[in-house]
Ligand binder design. Structure first.
Ligand code: ADP
Ligand code: MG
Length: 689
């Protein structure tokens, strides 16, 4: 531990550890045990692996989901003279070769990668030759399938940790309920008592307030005087990007100069706004929840949720940004019945049609392997074709890999290359290249403006040449400086580890399992949304309820914080969500006329309710269509039921029917018909929020 204190002083110049940082580090480097750290954003999680990284002999591998954040961290470390680097797809060949050399030679102390990197065989092989002293997993709540921020690739980290025999694991997150924490502990063999380090959820200096307002005007009537009374910086959170600008525009006539921040802005603009806010004394920022990761400002006095948050985990993390200096701060959340369908749409958006899963699975199992025995798929294309969101499709593949053990992801590749000449001389060399691969490339490439484009998968199939050889030739030309190359259309590649199921019955079974998992996830998301409403409206102290949600029932001995809206008024907020149970037949008919598809009641229900999906977008029935979201006030399950009747009547016909699907269709249809009315009445009854 002396080592650790010395590193803290010499490298970071900090006199002492914060919170339980010292205990975490001791657990890792003295006890040699795994740990889970649950500190809020800005709590100082990074040091709990960065300091050990410099005390341990081998490499510390950090897995982090965001390339941009990764880069900032690495730059900061390098500035302090620490040997750190990141390895990601944005690096050029020279830089990544350098990083690999530093890793192999053992000079590098910290390596940051995104979880997708674990699919890369070259990376895995390299790691198997390196001693990993510590595996640090940032945002580790992403491994839990029950979280909204679940990332399929995170599921594979535990297997990687075992296969690589990493010496110790540290998981980090700012947001974990007892269930998510349990999931993490189980996956990484972390002792739930001794290995978990958290800060108190209850923050006595935060006054949690809830107000009901049914229109934006009503909200502004409360918000404007609230912001005017501020004595320090304020964050106003909104749900949709466009709201950020809209709300800011409403505040300007009242003598306020709010900043605007959301993920749709350019990187430079985002950095500028963040900087301006950090330096401001009483600045206001109107932002989506993209704002705040890595915001380390101690004196934020107000955090507003102009729209209700999706989950209590989000809420806790966002209000947690207020009053880090311990001084009184106010967090104001608005409850509004018309806002709920948008959030419900987010919850329901991931569930696809069961038939889509079946068709997708059929393609996967029937696909002819490439020459090297692997299967390759363009996820982006499949996502559109089967109307399954990219992240969900990723989960389906991960399930085939981890739950069913049929396939295993290996290094992905690009299928499309655009080549342009770098020098006239170089181009002559390309034209003069007489190797087999070169001749094939030149036979199959086609001019596109100033470049030549080739799809190496198609070219390989048609010429009988190996795809890898073609890709290697192009890369050789690039490395020799003959051409500039832009690769696109990434294809995920899978090794077949066990014979794939070919019987219809097996395929149907797997489809059922995957579909059930999707419905469970959707239901869970709806439950989480309801928790927020219950939290805001129950007859209970808000601060204690929030602490209880995170497992701390005794946070406030009296059970009353004295400063939340419940403690001040003595009662929960009265609130009606006002969902309509029966859809209007005229509106149903309008949707049916606009969208000719009858194979998927969910598709029609989504259009009516206003939930986008790849297929709705492709058919132009999404946000640009005037009827999109035209029945947002209706209970979603009632919509599915109503459209299911119409689809049944039309024999579940698809406008452009695919012959390959016809064989299995009949059977599937009877299933999806019975499942689409799922829990109809019980759920409708419950939507009396
Ligand atoms: P998190 O990852 O938990 O959001 P960070 O690791 O980014 O938080 O740390 C937030 C800030 O706190 C950083 O600026 C960091 O330098 C600072 N910090 C962390 N630990 C200490 C410490 N022991 N003493 C002083 N500052 C610290
Ligand atoms: Mg962090």
């Amino acid at each position: 531990m002396e080592d650790a204190h010395r590193v803290l002083k010499n490298i970071w110049g900090f006199p002492s550890f914060r919170l339980s940082q010292a205990e975490v580090i001791k657990r890792l480097i003295v006890d040699n045990e795994n740990a889970l750290v649950l500190y809020p954003t800005g709590g100082g999680k990074s040091l709990t692996y960065q300091v050990p990284a410099l005390c341990l002999p081998g490499l510390t591998l950090v897995i982090s989901p965001l390339i941009a954040l990764m880069k900032d961290q690495v730059d900061a470390l390098v500035d302090r003279g620490v040997k750190a680097a990141n390895l990601d797809s944005t690096l050029d060949a020279e830089r990544s070769a350098w990083v690999k050399e530093e890793v192999i030679s053992g000079r590098l102390k910290l390596l940051y990668v995104a979880p997708e990197r674990l699919n890369n065989e070259g990376f895995v092989t390299m790691m198997s030759h390196v001693k990993i002293s510590l595996l640090a997993i940032d945002e580790s709540h992403c491994i839990s399938q029950w979280g909204a921020s679940f990332r399929p690739e995170y599921l594979k980290i535990a297997r990687f940790a075992e296969e690589m025999d990493v010496e110790r694991v540290l998981c980090l997150t700012a947001t974990a309920t007892p269930n998510v924490a349990k999931d993490i502990c189980k996956s990484f063999y972390i002792d739930a008592q001794k290995g978990v380090f958290r800060t108190a959820v209850y923050r006595p200096n935060l006054a949690l307030q809830v107000r009901v307002a049914n229109t934006l005007d009503q909200k502004l009537d409360i918000l404007i005087p609230f912001l005017k009374s501020r004595i320090g910086p304020a964050i106003v959170y909104v749900t949709l990007q466009r709201h950020a600008q809209e709300v800011a525009d409403h505040l300007r006539p009242h003598g306020m100069e709010p900043m605007v921040y959301h993920a749709g802005l350019g990187g430079d603009e985002r950095a500028r706004v963040q900087q301006q806010f950090m330096e401001s004394e009483k600045g206001i920022v109107c932002a989506t929840i993209a704002f705040g990761m890595g915001i380390d400002k101690a004196n934020i006095r107000q955090v507003v949720h102009l729209f209700m948050p999706k989950t209590l985990e989000n809420y806790s993390q966002e209000v947690g940004r207020a009053g880090r200096d311990g001084l009184p701060s106010t967090c104001l959340m608005f409850l509004s019945a018309p806002d709920i369908p948008i959030l419900e749409g987010f919850c329901r958006g991931d569930t696809c049609n069961k038939r889509s899963i079946h068709l997708w699975l059929q393609e996967v199992v029937l696909k002819t392997p490439d020459k090297d025995g692997t299967l390759s798929f363009n996820h982006y294309q499949q996502s559109r074709e089967y109307d399954i969101r990219a992240n969900v499709l990723g989960l389906c593949y991960a399930q085939l890999e981890l739950d069913h053990n049929y396939i295993r992801a290996v290094t992905p590749f690009y299928s499309q290359y655009d080549m342009s000449s770098r020098t006239a001389d170089g181009w002559q060399k390309v034209l003069g290249d007489e190797t087999e691969a070169a001749k094939t490339i030149k036979m199959y490439w086609a001019p596109r403006g100033s470049t030549f484009q080739i799809d190496v998968v198609t070219a390989a199939q048609q010429s009988g040449q190996d795809r890898g050889d073609l890709a290697k030739k192009i890369s050789d030309w690039e490395l020799s400086g003959y051409v500039n190359v832009k690769a696109s259309q990434v294809r995920a590649r899978y090794k077949i580890v066990n014979p794939l199921p070919k019987e219809l019955e097996e395929i149907v079974n797997i489809t059922d399992m995957m579909y059930k998992r999707m419905l469970d996830r959707e239901e869970e998301a709806i439950v989480k949304l309801r928790q927020v409403i219950d939290f805001a409206t129950d007859d209970a102290c808000l601060a204690q309820s929030l602490a209880s949600h995170f497992g701390d029932d005794g946070a406030i001995p009296t059970g009353l914080c004295g400063s939340c809206s419940f403690c001040q008024t003595g009662e929960g907020i009265p609130f009606e969500s006002g969902a309509v149970a029966q859809p209007d037949p005229i509106k149903i008919k309008a949707i049916l006329q606009a969208c000719p598809e009858r194979d998927d009641p969910h598709l029609l229900a989504r259009m009516a309710f206003g939930v986008t999906s790849p297929r709705l977008t492709a058919g132009k029935w999404s946000t640009s269509h005037p009827l999109f979201g035209s029945m947002v006030e209706v209970d979603f399950n009632a919509l599915v039921e109503a459209f299911d009747k119409e689809c049944a009547r039309a024999g579940y016909a698809k406008a452009d029917i695919q012959p390959s699907a016809a064989a299995s269709k009949k059977r599937l249809m009877s299933q999806s018909a019975s499942s689409s009315g799922r829990g109809g009445t019980s759920k409708r009854a419950r939507r009396g929020w």
